[in-house]
Design a protein around this ligand. Structure first.
Ligand code: SF4
Length: 383
């Protein structure tokens, strides 16, 4: 069983126009105050979550590569003291591929980070500018090379289905991305999230996203090229060589428990959903007041847990074991899924069923949300 710890660092140098993560731009950050607050939040979590060694830690953000390596080292030392580390622990840090941050990679590896996930996003300067990124393509490639020198495991993100992305162009870009030989790639289609600058650009007609058919064509190119390169999708947007999957993210998708500390971090432990205060200043105030940053800790009804487990698990290529889920939540299979809808979607080639295992077939992957709405039992959705 996974014992996963997520640590959120909420600060970025600049807000990207498509970003709806909990990220904030601040003039100055009091590192000593943040170290004390995150350690206090971690200690509070250790009092209630597991007594066993951690199997993964993930520093997400925001831009955790802006954290001083000494802060990362201090947080890791505390986590090890509180829980202990499994010998094969995976410690991932999300990083922006700028030269400033790459200069810290050796020190971050020295602090114990053994996997890095780089927000490269594009290998083209004009696209990076459109995405509002502060780095250029050459800088990103240099950072990738530095990362591959210092970390045993490297992943990077690319965004596709940008306006103007033809099949030929995306094929060329992805072929290049695959040529760098990382063991993991996260390939996301541009989605327009409410409340972002891109959402208002679309409303004002300044940005025209690709239509669904064009995006589906790019999705299919992604599948063919990554499979041919030995990096098939193991989740909707995540591709890896055998053994290179993100163990931390697998804990989320397999609906295993995880502790989440830092502003806005979510956690799931023993059927309790935790969420921390989102705004950095409110988080610090909560820790000063109560010793942890928790805004809400709520016992989830079993039906909500089962619905979450289905929504997460059906993202995975490996699918979900209905018998195991039924035993875990003491619900009949008919209380988990709409079997008639599943049979119909399987008949259309969009989903599959092999005994107790069900999953989304490749042609259904770009339609995931609508498939989930049909196949998850009404009793769970209504819960
Ligand atoms: S660097 Fe990442 S977290 Fe920060 S604003 Fe950009 S996309 Fe969001």
């Amino acid at each position: 069983m996974a014992r996963a710890l997520y640590i959120h660092w909420p600060f970025c140098a600049k807000k990207c126009p498509y970003c709806d993560f909990n990220s904030h731009v601040r003039e100055g950050v009091d590192i000593a105050a943040w170290q004390a607050a995150l350690i206090s939040d971690m200690r509070a979590e250790a009092e209630v979550a597991w007594g066993e060694a951690l199997t993964s830690i993930f520093f997400g953000g925001g831009t955790p590569s802006l954290m001083p390596p000494a802060l990362v080292a201090a947080l890791l030392a505390e986590a090890e003291r509180l829980w202990g580390f499994d010998p094969g622990i995976e410690i991932t840090l999300e990083a922006n591929p700028s030269s400033v941050e790459a200069a810290n990679f050796a020190a971050l590896a020295g602090a114990g980070v053994n996997r890095v996930s780089l927000g490269v996003q594009s290998l083209d300067d004009a696209e990076l500018k459109f995405l509002g990124r502060l780095h250029g393509a050459d800088e990103a490639l240099a950072a990738l090379e530095t990362a591959q020198t210092h970390f045993g495991r490297v992943s990077f993100d690319m965004i596709y289905a940008l306006p103007g992305h033809t099949p030929e162009l995306w094929q060329e870009r992805l072929t290049r991305a695959l040529s760098f030989g990382t063991g993991h790639l996260s390939l996301y289609q541009l989605t327009i999230e409410p409340g972002t600058r891109f959402a208002s650009d679309v409303r004002r007609g300044r940005l025209v996203p690709l239509d669904d058919d064009e995006a589906a064509q790019l999705f299919s190119i992604t599948k063919s090229l990554t499979e041919a390169a030995g990096m098939p999708a193991y989740e909707t947007s995540n591709h890896a060589r055998a053994g290179e999957q993100s163990r931390h993210n697998l804990a989320y998708w397999r609906y295993q428990d995880y502790a989440g500390i830092g502003p806005g971090a979510h956690g799931r432990r023993g059927g309790v959903a935790t969420v921390r205060h989102k705004k950095p200043e409110n988080f610090l105030a909560a820790v000063a007041r109560q010793g942890d940053g928790i805004a809400e800790a709520r016992a989830l009804p079993v039906a909500d847990q089962a619905a979450e487990a289905l929504l997460m698990g059906l993202r995975l290529t490996e699918g979900i074991d209905l018998a195991a889920l039924s035993a875990r939540f003491a619900l009949p299979v008919s209380g988990l899924i709409d079997e008639a809808a599943l049979a119909r979607l399987a008949g259309l080639g969009l989903m599959w069923r092999e005994g107790d295992l069900i999953g989304v077939a490749p042609p259904g992957r770009s339609l995931l949300d609508s498939l989930l709405a049909e196949v998850v039992a009404d009793t769970l959705v209504a819960a």
